[in-house]
Design a protein around this ligand. Structure first.
Ligand code: GTP
Ligand code: MG
Length: 194
């Protein structure tokens, strides 16, 4: 699949504004700075559709994008940024939970983890949550351009062990050099059409 058109739709911070239309939705979650917005831009082939920043915690809203006039991708706020307090975490968790449980056309959640780091407790909580509500997900190991190519498979295996999930659920990706992009686009196609 190619993303032939991509448009920003809207940003949402309140439960009542969560979109409920008939279009398939794919969501991207993961800790702050893991590369969610960059991945969306890389898939779309536009530099600034989703706002990226080297300052963690930039995306605080649920951002919806319309792809190929056919389905939506959703850039969710990042979690686990050290400087955000308990109140922020509670707000984040509340909005996230409402989004995940009230989005009838959400087909798959892409959980991003940095290929160089051990998944965090928050990553594990996210997977527990998705498992307990039977929301389908895959894990994307981001920023693999930072590893030697030969080390990418073992980094993915380490992540799958740490998260106690099947190795096939881990997809390596780099927004910087496009590694894994074709596979991810194929996967997205199968989800959207499936
Ligand atoms: N080397 C490399 N850097 C990346 C990659 N993806 C993202 N980055 C960098 O990581 C930083 C954070 O990227 P974002 O895409 O803004 O991360 P995010 O997950 O959307 O962050 P929040 O919106 O804060 O949750 C930026 O400085 C990006 O340039 C990648 O594949 N490789
Ligand atoms: Mg972001």
């Amino acid at each position: 699949m190619k993303f032939t058109s991509a448009k920003y739709l809207t940003s949402v911070v309140e439960e009542s504004k969560i979109l409920k239309d008939d279009m398939v939705e794919l969501a991207f979650v993961g800790r702050s700075n893991v590369g969610k917005s960059s991945l969306i831009n890389a898939l779309v082939g536009q530099k600034n559709l989703a706002k990226t920043s080297s300052t963690p915690g930039l995306t605080k809203m649920i951002n919806y994008f319309l792809i190929n006039e056919n389905f939506k991708i959703v850039d969710l706020p990042g979690y686990g940024y050290a400087k955000t307090g308990q109140k922020h975490i509670a707000n984040w968790a509340g909005l996230m939970e409402k989004y995940l449980l009230n989005s009838p056309n959400l087909r798959t959640v892409f959980v991003l983890v940095d290929c160089r780091h051990k998944p965090s407790e928050l990553d594990k909580m996210m997977l527990d949550f998705l498992n307990s509500y039977q929301i389908p997900y895959v894990v994307i190991a981001t920023k693999v351009d930072k590893l030697a190519k030969s080390k990418i498979p073992q980094a993915c295996t380490a992540i799958s062990k740490e998260l106690q999930i099947r190795r096939e659920l881990i997809m390596p990706f780099s927004s910087e050099n496009g590694f894994g992009k074709e596979k991810l686009l194929e996967y997205i196609e199968s989800v959207v059409e499936g």
